[in-house]
Design a protein around this ligand. Structure first.
Ligand SMILES: Cc1cc2nc3c(=O)[nH]c(=O)nc-3n(C[C@H](O)[C@H](O)[C@H](O)COP(=O)(O)OP(=O)(O)OC[C@H]3O[C@@H](n4cnc5c(N)ncnc54)[C@H](O)[C@@H]3O)c2cc1C
Length: 377
């Protein structure tokens, strides 16, 4: 039986789910995919943009190229969600569905960290990364802090990568000797899912003279005094602050009563919310697994299989495997890789691959494969 599927958000999770449903059902799929943006940008492209390795224009993948049988893409902004009725109101219309999948990712709450908007820079949005292209060339001496306001946050290795790429960037400009770099992370280690990757990063920080403050969050900035205040009261002077703001689900999800403490509670294996026929995938869902693109895709695979089963009258629930690969930039053109698998065994299986320049090509393939799969580019 044909059923209507409404997918909210065309990021990693929403695009992969729509693609899978289209592949399975072709023109018989009845998928509506809604996003307020007109283009997708990979998370990792933001680091490339901020350090001037590419331009903001070059990394935009326009949704007009996302064309799949049985899927219609709507460039509209979601204003309200009624999960009990599986009804969504946008700035252009009202839509109802048999299955509703919330894949709206996470928003950044700059205001949650006093002084951040006035006295610091965030590098997690395209706009923030683009602004930093103008700011970084003017930084030639003093103390740079890469700081995180709160966990959980997208792509746990990204702040470490930012600190190491900043070291590269300042070294290339010949000013590294006049600069200090500190990294403040509210995690137990740089990448909690991989002890080996964490060790490699810590060794890299030590070699490059990057001061690591682990298990600490940046509570506030005092722009007048140029001080970052950590959650244990420590005050760190800064000249340049590169921040990861506190994350939470977008406001329409909060207003819909679907979130608790900033995230959407779900069954961690089936990804069902407490509303029948309503799933949440990707960064917004309280899965407890890393907030990264490959995990959003893993979630999309499970939800696709469950929706297809239910369309065929089966009650079988397909489980979220929580498998994914992450590439981590260590500077000097080297990348490490880790493959994570949370659920197929009794405990997290984490495979670590030594950093090398060879992984760059692999990461490029990761991006190029999705560009082709989703956008035909
Ligand atoms: C600096 C950085 C580096 C990263 N590096 C990697 C990496 O190397 N590998 C990796 O796998 N992941 C990486 N990530 C993480 C990755 O980008 C996210 O985890 C992933 O995008 C999450 O997918 P998602 O589908 O949950 O949400 P998103 O991809 O964020 O998509 C959510 C979509 O919802 C839309 N939306 C939100 N609100 C509304 C609304 N009201 N109306 C309509 N549409 C709306 C947004 O426009 C967006 O397109 C990185 C992230 C950052 C910031």
């Amino acid at each position: 039986m044909k059923s209507r599927v409404l997918v909210l958000g065309a990021g990693f999770g929403g695009m992969e789910l729509s693609t899978l449903l289209s592949e399975a059902l072709g023109e018989k799929a009845d998928v509506t995919l809604i996003d307020k943006g007109d283009a997708f940008v990979f998370g990792f492209s933001k680091l490339d943009v901020m350090f001037g390795r590419t331009t903001p224009e070059a990394v935009r993948l326009p949704y007009r190229c996302f064309v799949k049988p049985g899927v219609r893409f709507l460039h509209e902004t979601i204003k309200a969600i009624d999960p009990a009725a599986r009804r969504v109101v946008t700035d252009a219309g009202t839509y109802e569905a048999d299955f509703l999948v919330v894949a709206l990712g996470a928003d950044f709450d700059l205001a949650a960290t006093s002084g951040l908007a006035e006295g610091g820079h965030e590098f997690y949005s395209v706009a923030g990364a683009t602004r930093l292209r103008e700011v970084l060339p003017a930084f030639s001496r003093g103390h740079a802090i890469v700081g995180v306001a709160a966990a959980p946050f997208k792509c746990p290795p990204a702040p470490s990568e930012c600190a190491l790429l900043l070291d590269d960037y300042l070294t290339t400009r010949g000013v590294r000797g006049a600069c200090e770099i500190s990294l403040v992370l509210p995690l137990s280690s740089p990448v909690p899912a991989s002890a080996e990757m964490s060790r490699a990063l810590v060794a890299e920080f030590a070699e490059k003279g990057i001061a690591l403050k682990i298990g600490r969050a940046v509570k506030a900035l005092e722009p007048g005094r140029k001080i970052a205040v950590l959650d244990d009261g420590t005050e760190l002077p800064y000249d340049l602050y590169l921040g990861v703001p506190r994350h939470r689900v977008p406001q329409p999800v909060v207003d819909a009563g679907m979130s608790e403490d900033g995230w959407i509670p779900i069954d961690p294996r089936t990804l069902e919310t407490r509303f029948p026929g309503v799933y949440a995938i990707g960064d917004g869902a309280a899965t407890g697994t890393p907030k990264s693109g490959s995990f959003a895709e893993s979630a999309a695979r499970a939800v696709c299989a469950s929706i297809l089963a239910r369309q065929q009258g089966s009650d079988e629930r397909h489980l979220y495997a929580a498998v994914g690969s992450c590439y981590v930039e260590l500077g000097g053109g080297r990348l490490g890789r880790m493959d994570l698998d949370f659920y197929s065994g009794p405990k997290l299986k984490s495979i670590y691959y030594e950093p090398s320049a060879a992984w760059r090509e692999d990461k490029q393939k990761f991006g190029a494969g999705r560009r082709t799969r989703w956008f035909g580019l």
